[in-house]
Design a protein around this ligand. Sequence first.
Ligand SMILES: Nc1ncnc2c1ncn2[C@@H]1O[C@H](COP(=O)(O)OP(=O)(O)OP(=O)(O)O)[C@@H](O)[C@H]1O
Ligand SMILES: [Mg+2]
Length: 112
Amino acid sequence: MKFIMAIIKPFKLDEVREALTEVGIQGLTVTEVKGYGRQKGHTEIYRGTEYAVAFLPKLKLEIAVAADVADRAIEAIANAAKTGQIGDGKIFVCDLEQVMRIRTGESGGDAL
Ligand SMILES: Nc1ncnc2c1ncn2[C@@H]1O[C@H](COP(=O)(O)OP(=O)(O)OP(=O)(O)O)[C@@H](O)[C@H]1O
Ligand SMILES: [Mg+2]
């Protein structure tokens, strides 16, 4: 299994969620976060306003997936989240050792 953490522009959430649904993703966690990338200290447009602050609002998506679905999920996120402008975000991928579905006690791929 793989654990995908994606930082995206907030207004891209619906598009990314729809793209992930098409890939068959069953669950997703979203958190409001703030961060910066390479342009720290420089300006970036957010909702039509130019910000010069160091930390910009982003959304963090966390998705646990079967290993054979990971590449398709990553591609779906990247395609849906891309505007081509700075600040489009990043996708981090880790190996995921274990998952447990609390209600049923299922573990591993069955728990996703
Ligand atoms: N190396 C990193 N580690 C952790 N989080 C990061 C890292 N780089 C970027 N992020 C997160 O992703 C968000 C978006 O990053 P961003 O897309 O601006 O990266 P970038 O490298 O500056 O690329 P670009 O030149 O396209 O803007 C940041 O606000 C931050 O939350
Ligand atoms: Mg940047």
